[in-house]
Each structure stands twice: as C-alpha cells, then as structure tokens.
Ligand binder design. Structure first.
Ligand code: SAH
Length: 357
C-alpha cells in the first residue's frame, strides 16, 4: 500500500497520527519507507553529506578513531560501529587511515547498523575489496560485547521527533488529522498527560505562547543503549550532525521554531505532499543528548563545531599534503572541498560534534 494511504488509514482508525509515528512510518518501518528504498546520497541523490564531499572527512575521523583506541589502552580487539553508514564512504576513508597503524587495523572488528538494503549492497561493494569482516545489524542493542568506537554522521537527524506547542500556558502535542472538507492531511493538537505537562512547564519556563518544542524519544533511547554499553564494557561514541545546543532556560523566541523538513533533489518540499519520497529530518537537540548521557553516568565533551573538530584533528595539514601529490586542477578541487567542510555559517558551524566517553 502506498504510504499516503497507509498514513490515512492510521488516522482513520485512531483519529490522528503523532508526528513521530508518522515519521517512523514514512522513514523506516515499512518496505516503502524512504530509508528502506533510498538509493543514493550525493549530487545525484536528494542530499549530500560530508563524507560524499571530501575523502578528508572520513580520514580525519579515522585519525580520531586511532587516537581513541590508544586512549582506551590499545585493546587487542576493538569494535568499530557505524550507525547509518549510507554508501559506506566514510568507513572506506576511515579504513584507509586505519591501515597506517597495523596494530589498530588488526584489532578491528566492524559492525554496521543499517536498515536500507540498497545501502547494504553499496557498503558491501565499497568495503569487500578490503577483505575485512563486517557484520550488519538493524539495531544498536545487538552490538558485540567488545570495547567499541561508535560513530554516527547525519544519523540522528533522520530519527523521528515529537512536536509540542504551547498555547495559553499549556503544552499540547501536535498531530496530523484528515480535514473532512477537502480530505487534506493537516496539523491538529491533542492534550498530553499531567506528568508530561508539568515536566515541559518546568523545563521550559520562558517558552512563549505559540512556542514549538521538538523532542526525539528514539534518539534518547539509542543514547541510553550506547551509554549502557559504555558503562558495562568500554568505548566512546562520536555524533556529528546538524543541530543546536541550547539549555532550555536560555532559549530565545527564535529557538522554539519547528525544524522538521522534507528535502528531495536538494530542494525543500511541502512536508505532507511527498510522503515516502522525500527525506524528512529535524535538527538534533545536542543539549538533550548530552543531558541523557550525563544521566547515565557518562562524560560528554562538546559539542564543538565541525570546523573546530576537523581543524583540531589536522584537516588543514592533511589537505595540504594531499594537494602536493595532485595536479594544479585536482589540488584546487581538494582545497575547495576542504573549505566547504569548514565554511562558517554553513557546514563548518551548523554541524556539531559531540563525544560521549
Ligand atoms: N552516514 C551517512 C548516511 C547518512 S543518511 C553519510 O554521512 O553519508 C542516514 C543513514 O541512516 C542512512 O544510511 C539510512 O539508511 C540510515 N538509517 C535511517 N534510519 C535508520 C534506522 N532507524 N536504523 C538504522 N539505520 C537508519
């Protein structure tokens, strides 16, 4: 059944569908969901990610991974886990660097958490020439009981969010309903339980009338599972994503806006007219991720901007060394790609990096 009719059927049955349930149906839970049949990321796809822009991105993450392995005491076995590896490009670039440190490379086992059969095929193509053993999982809870380096680039922004709106001193949850007159899917509101009401009023004392708040319970559940793994065994988790870091009591009027968006062919689309064909994403609330890690007894560093992270880990030097080996034309391209990753007010600062250790 097409996704649009499936969503309408849920609404017909229950009267409405919550934003996170709609996102889950549209993005991942059905064979026709966007992330189950998306075929490529890049200029030919709907959106481009940092590893697809420059090999330097994955290579710098590779340098970071080696350093983390050493910090963990250079264990004889280390599990490198990637959440949502897309086309496998970042991992391929990480492994290019990993080979420079044979002891690290030999210690590696790899697990990839992925739900998209097209991407799994691409990941196999990219990575099988390396002869390294890789295991595919559909959820983080199944990772091996080994010290782990867990990385996620542009993964959390694709997870479902809930939306709440504050009206006359009360929070309500936003949902979708079908308008009886013209059969269009549109936003509506439902009331929330008292406990959540009190929590939101307490956590967001300065939210104004009309404020919209987004929360991603699934993201927090994944963070809790990772923290449990780090608590029980050992390791580190690196999150790179488009997002914001503002404690609730410091939020201004402009930080209570919805960020849920649909992107197809590099263009924004109306949220409800492209169900299952466009990528839905929301900005990541890094404050909530970090708070959850703290609640689970972990230490979290950052977030810092992608620009700071890449520069601190040596991207400028690596870029220069790479350029020296290339023709003038190729070198110029590498320089441009490096600048793209680092650009202020764009990728360099809108993307943030958080490390849970
Ligand atoms: N990290 C890659 C791809 C980012 S797109 C890059 O930077 O290029 C998001 C990735 O997460 C895709 O691989 C998608 O298939 C995967 N994904 C989305 N939802 C998922 C879920 N619920 N569980 C596992 N993987 C998921």
């Amino acid at each position: 059944m097409a996704l649009d009719s499936h969503i309408r059927q849920i609404i017909k049955k229950s009267g409405y569908i919550e934003v996170d349930v709609m996102m889950r149906e549209v993005l991942s839970s059905r064979p026709l969901s966007y992330y189950r049949h998306l075929a490529n990321i890049g200029m030919k796809g709907d959106f481009v990610t940092a590893p697809e822009i420059s090999q330097l991105f994955g290579e710098i993450i590779g340098v970071w991974c080696i350093e983390q392995w050493q910090r963990l005491g250079s264990p004889r076995k280390i599990n490198l886990v990637e959440l949502g590896p897309g086309q496998g490009t970042m991992l391929r670039d990480i492994l290019r660097i990993a080979r420079l440190r044979p002891q690290f490379y030999e210690a590696l086992t790899i697990e990839l958490v992925e739900i998209n059969p097209n991407f799994i095929k691409l990941q196999k193509q990219q990575l099988s020439p390396l002869g390294i053993e890789i295991k595919w999982l559909t959820q983080i809870h199944d990772i091996a009981s080994l010290p782990s380096i867990i990385i996620a680039n542009e993964f959390f922004d694709s997870l479902p969010i809930k939306q709440y709106i504050k009206i006359k001193d009360h929070w309500q949850e936003l949902v979708f309903v079908v308008e009886p007159i013209d059969a269009q899917i549109k936003f509506d509101k439902i009331s929330i339980n008292r406990e959540l009401q009190n929590q939101l009023l307490h956590d967001h004392p300065y939210a104004f009338d009309g404020a919209i708040l987004e929360e991603s319970p699934q993201s927090l559940e994944i963070i809790r599972a990772i923290c449990e793994h780090l608590n029980k065994i050992s390791g580190v988790h690196l999150i790179i994503d488009y997002g914001y870091y503002v404690p609730p009591w410091q939020r201004t009027r402009y930080q209570y806006n919805p960020t849920l968006q649909a992107i197809k062919n590099h263009q924004y689309h109306p949220l409800l007219s492209t169900l299952g064909e466009a990528d839905l994403s929301a900005h990541v609330d890094f404050y909530a991720l970090k708070k959850t890690a703290h609640e689970r007894g972990r230490f979290a560093i950052g977030p810092i901007t992608q620009r700071e992270f890449l520069i601190q880990n040596g991207i400028l030097l690596r870029s220069k060394l790479l350029q020296q080996k290339l023709s003038a034309k190729e070198a110029l391209l590498v320089e441009k790609q490096t600048n793209y990753l680092l650009e202020e007010q764009k990728m360099g600062t809108l993307f943030k990096v958080l490390c849970i250790t």
